[in-house]
Design a binder for this molecule. Structure first.
Ligand SMILES: [Zn+2]
Length: 346
């Protein structure tokens, strides 16, 4: 009987011992060979990189520059926390591009580097965009706004617009709507109702996407033109006043606000901020809205009050009639914003 015999156990011990020696040895050999192969590959790569550096340094520096520029451009368009240094870098780069265009004596390396920059940051002539996006600016005297309240409603029209129009009409009040229009039949019909009610329509934005619209003058014009076109199609009006999403000074437009305002003013448009914020977007109770607005209005002889007319601002609808009645009792008149009203800017 072999199994269970002394001989069997001897063989078993020898086999186990052999396995304990052979298996690690084989593994070590495999790892050693693999390691040697990798070392050889790394050496090959190093020598290839060294050769590349010596023979083609101009191309490499040019591509590095393009990469770094790409990353700056991306941060310009996507980050809300752009620093002033980014702006300075941009202007520096455009200076360099300008020189490259005029300086024929530049070396080949410089020319290659700067022309790649010019290609990746094309200079758009924003004044040539949207040739129909112009209004006639008012150049007369401002009207007397003493004791006049300007109620303004942003971000509509919405499912609550008709409720709002009902109360405004009931109190025989005209207001100003800075709209976010959409290409829907419903929105077109609401825009018509606002206009037919004798209220003023100003442009707010089509997308209300801060990062997008404030990324460049071109992007702002693109968005503005969309909103402007929808209002014109729906009402036949050509709004000549507007309000910036987030107001004219916000965290997203520090790099572009001056350029945008300059271009919009050149096209005849006037923007309005506000001096009384209802804070209705914070979900305050209607009693809080009522008290805040009335006390804040007392600080101005021409309060421009910011409300919102989105579908979730029921509190604004609940409180608007009481606010109008209280302001009337305080002796205020009600007006709509136009280019004849002295603009309120932050
Ligand atoms: Zn808004």
């Amino acid at each position: 009987m072999y199994f269970g015999s002394v001989r069997f156990f001897k063989h078993l011990i020898l086999t186990v011992a052999a396995l304990l020696i052979i298996v690690p040895t084989v593994l070590c050999i495999i790892l050693f060979i693999d390691n040697a192969k990798k070392s050889a590959e790394i050496e090959q790569l190093n020598s290839a990189i060294a050769g590349y550096n010596q023979s083609d340094c101009v191309t490499e520096s040019s591509s590095e520059q393009a990469d770094s520029e790409l990353s700056v451009t991306q941060s310009d368009t996507s980050s809300k926390n752009d620093t002033p240094s980014d702006s300075e870098e941009n202007s520096d780069r455009s200076d360099i591009s300008g020189e490259a265009e005029t300086d024929d004596t530049s070396s080949e390396a410089e020319s290659s580097s700067t022309s790649s920059e010019a290609e990746s940051v094309p200079k758009v002539d924003v004044t040539a965009l949207y040739p129909d996006l112009y209004v006639k600016p008012y150049d007369g005297e401002y009207e007397n706004s003493q004791n006049t309240v300007y109620l303004t409603f942003d971000d509509g029209p919405s499912i609550l617009t008709e409720n709002l129009l009902y109360y405004l009409n009931k109190q025989n009040i005209k207001a100003t709507f800075f709209v976010v229009p959409e290409r829907t039949e419903y929105c077109y019909s609401l825009l018509k109702k606002i206009a037919n009610g004798g209220h003023t329509i100003g442009i707010h934005t089509a997308s209300h996407d801060y990062e997008k619209i404030y990324s460049s003058v071109e992007a702002y014009l693109d968005d503005f033109n969309e909103a402007y076109t929808i209002v014109a199609e729906a009402t036949g009006l050509s709004p000549d006043i507007y309000r910036f999403p987030g107001g004219s000074v916000n965290d997203y437009n520090s790099e572009t606000r001056e350029e945008i305002i300059t271009e919009m003013s050149r096209r005849g448009f006037v923007y309005f901020d506000w001096n009384v914020d209802s804070n209705d977007w914070q979900g305050l109770k209607w009693t809080q809205l009522y008290n805040n607005i009335l006390s804040d209005c007392e600080e101005f002889s021409s309060p421009v009050v910011l409300f919102h007319n989105t579908g979730d601002r029921e509190n604004t609808i609940y409180v608007i009639e009481d606010i109008i009645i209280a302001l009337k009792q305080k002796g205020y008149n009600f007006g709509t914003l136009s280019q004849k009203v002295q603009p309120v800017h932050f």
